[in-house]
Design a protein around this ligand. Structure first.
Ligand code: SF4
Length: 694
């Protein structure tokens, strides 16, 4: 890096990887980014970065980038390079043909949490205004959709409650289903700083993560539950709080619905929720649960941070609700150092949800059946809009397999590698008549595409991302788009070709429209973002400078709603054929499906997904460190290298999903969250054998 010398200018932008949303200076020499330096002015990172972010520029100019639009009539034909006009005209004609033949509902669009707010807003606008249906979804469907559901129902807002700085006021920190030192490293470092100052830590995780076994700071209590039993454990914590008189009665009386609380208190006090009863389900000793509950409830300020280990379950939404119940019962809302904080995996999960990329909600989380909201958007967009919720992503795929869903516009999402049950995904894509992929690289999904529209990396575009603390930050163009257009311009061209003209000249105009139509963004503009650096929504007339902490004087919904959270076992349990449970997660050096990180100069390169298994399980199968092992579930199989790991409980195996050749998600079943269809990536019954023993 030092060989590159001194930059001739630096442009501040936002990391396009995880939901921490670190601010970086892209140091430029001519049109080349020579290094990324964390910006001290960034409120989310305060001058810090992780190894991924530091190297997050090499992929933008990687030779694998596709810079010419491509079309083909059949997925068995070779690609043909064409002009932008030809590609857009071909895609628009195909969508029009399909809708004329199979009906208005036969097409849809998927946007990505890696795209900017402005791009996502335009995709959902294209689907609603140009396709004329609500078949739009986002990859947040497969990560934090249960967060949106659970927090909206209990608190009234589908978002984390605190800014990251709030953790420095927490006396007790409860981390459940998250591994922030690997997946959200800059926030993980801040959390560890608070622990070094004396805060106590409870970790609820099937694995002993770094926060459990760290050399400098470590958890006071680790509750190593069996995967799939979050709700039983959270109920047991609440049971202790209720049965031992640890409820914050004054807070509950003032801030929560009394009847709902009384009903919940009766429910949670029942003996089946006691730590002793739940130990048989969770595997966590009752004494540990009691001690952890007391520590959490007695803290002056106790904060909860959670990740996909909560949401990606059959009961993902129920677990989010159970977390909100726990925090309400102990009065942990409305001030620094407390709250319920989802750690978002991708840079713009929060934003993609805010922007209305769900089939039932307009921007700002308002239901499509709500007549005044629909009238607002119809007036602004000049077209009648459907009041019927559209298809969720898994339903689009199911309808495609059934021959009823025929065309998909896919921006920035590699479905084949990211979705569970890859066999079903491939069959669905192969059954469609027009798949349009807009991406940087010819990814796994592009094998099923009829049109490929080259995307622009975050370094080539203007826009905004919204991080896990609701902070809206500018993404600034540091180099011209390699293929000639930013992604919002491509969506605009496609909408116009479909007969719904869009005429924006800059993403700032899109943000102005978002601000006019979305209450949480009412006071947001590029001019204000330039002046303030970043803004946390809600940013409106009541809070012109933004809102670091939500629910200060009352919950957004009025009174907080306790909801009942009955534990229901997942169908993914060990049996004679599949006696082990597979859970998945991330490692520090890689980001999601690796499309970007595998194309950078990251010196901490990991070159394969590995299967971690407990030494006892390995010994029982004659497996040694480094052996090739065959991993099989009900729906798929793969071969990985084994690594023996006593951070796991016996019976549990773990791997990552960063490398396409591993096909990790081929093993994940179609089991999903009852409320939102978020796939149950975290619990899959499997068998493992040494390769030469299969
Ligand atoms: Fe920050 Fe996350 Fe980017 Fe790392 S990957 S630099 S923690 S935003």
């Amino acid at each position: 890096v030092h060989e590159k010398g001194l930059p001739d200018r630096a442009i501040v932008t936002t990391c396009a990887y995880c939901g921490v949303g670190c601010s970086f200076k892209a140091e430029m020499k001519g049109n080349e980014v020579i290094r990324m330096v964390p910006a001290a002015s960034g409120r989310a990172n305060e001058g810090h970065s992780c190894v991924k972010g530091r190297f997050a520029f090499g992929y933008a100019t990687h030779p694998d980038r596709i810079t010419t639009p491509l079309i083909r009539q059949s997925i068995h034909d070779p690609w043909q390079a064409v002009s932008w006009d030809e590609a857009i005209a071909y895609a628009a004609a195909e969508f029009a043909r399909i809708q004329a033949k199979y009906g208005r509902e036969s097409v849809g669009g998927i946007t990505s949490s890696r795209c900017t707010n402005e791009e996502t807003y335009l995709v959902q606008k294209l689907v609603r205004a140009a396709f004329g249906n609500n078949n739009v979804d986002t990859c947040a469907r497969v990560c934090h959709a249960p967060t949106g559901y659970g927090l909206k129902r209990t608190l009234g807002e589908s978002a984390g409650t605190q800014d990251f700085a709030s953790v420095m006021h927490a006396d007790v920190i409860l981390v459940i289903g998250a591994n922030p030192t690997e997946a959200h490293p800059v926030f993980g470092a801040r959390l560890k700083r608070r622990l070094r100052q004396g805060a106590r830590l409870i970790v609820i995780d099937p694995r002993a993560t770094e926060l459990v076994r760290g050399t400098h700071v470590r958890a006071t209590y680790h509750l190593p539950l069996k995967p799939g039993t979050n709700v039983a454990l959270l109920n047991a914590l609440s049971h202790v709080i209720v049965s031992e008189g640890l409820v914050d009665e004054a807070f509950v009386a003032e801030r929560c619905e009394p009847e709902a609380f009384a009903q919940w208190r009766d429910f949670i006090a029942q003996p089946r929720h006691s730590p002793e009863a739940s130990a048989a389900i969770t595997g966590v000793p009752a004494a540990s649960v009691r001690a952890a509950a007391r520590l959490y409830a007695n803290a002056p300020n106790a904060a909860i941070y959670y990740g996909l280990g909560v949401t990606e379950h059959r009961q993902g939404a129920t677990a989010v609700i159970a977390i909100a119940n726990l925090a309400m019962a102990t009065g942990n809302f409305g001030r620094p150092g407390v709250g319920v904080n989802p750690l978002r995996g991708q840079n713009n999960v929060q934003g993609s949800c805010d922007m209305g990329s769900f089939p039932h909600e307009f921007p700002g989380y308002r239901h499509v059946s709500d007549a005044p909201t629909r009238a607002l958007f119809e007036a602004a967009w000049g077209v009648p809009l459907s009041s019927e919720p559209g298809l969720r992503l898994p339903n689009m795929l199911a309808e495609a397999r059934a021959g009823r869903f025929k065309g998909l516009y896919l921006q920035g999402e590699d479905l084949v590698q990211s979705e569970p049950n890859q066999r079903h995904v491939r069959a669905a894509l192969a059954a469609m008549e027009c798949v349009v992929v807009q991406d940087l690289f010819l990814n796994e999904t592009a094998a099923y595409a009829h049109v490929f529209l080259p995307g622009a990396s975050f370094l080539e575009k203007n826009g905004t991302f919204t991080n896990a603390e609701r902070r809206i930050s500018r993404v600034r163009q540091v180099m011209p788009p390699l293929a000639g257009y930013e992604d919002w311009q491509v969506t605009q061209k496609l909408a116009s070709a479909l007969g719904y003209p869009m005429t924006y000249t800059h993403p700032a105009e899109i943000m102005d429209e978002i601000a006019r139509l979305t209450p949480q963004f009412r006071g947001v503009s590029y001019a204000k973002l330039e002046a303030r650096g970043s803004l946390q929504w809600p940013c409106n007339d009541e809070a012109p400078d933004g809102t670091p902490v939500l629910h200060v004087d009352g919950f957004v919904r009025g009174k907080g709603a306790f909801l009942l959270t009955e534990y229901v076992p997942t169908p993914q349990h060990p049996d004679a054929r599949f006696p082990l449970i597979l859970t998945t997660g991330r490692i520090l050096s890689q980001y999601n499906v690796g499309t970007q990180t595998r194309r950078t100069a990251n010196t901490l390169w990991d070159d394969a997904d590995l299967l971690h298994l407990h030494p006892e399980d390995a010994a029982a199968r004659g497996i040694a460190d480094g052996d090739r092992v065959h991993l099989e579930s009900q729906v798929g199989s793969t071969i990985l290298r084994a690594v023996l790991d006593d951070r796991l409980q016996p019976g549990l195996v773990f791997t990552t999903f960063h490398f396409p050749e591993s096909r990790t998600n081929a093993l994940i079943t179609s089991s999903s969250d009852w409320a939102t269809n978020c796939p149950e990536y975290k619990v899959t019954a499997v068998q493992v054998r040494r390769v030469d023993a299969t």
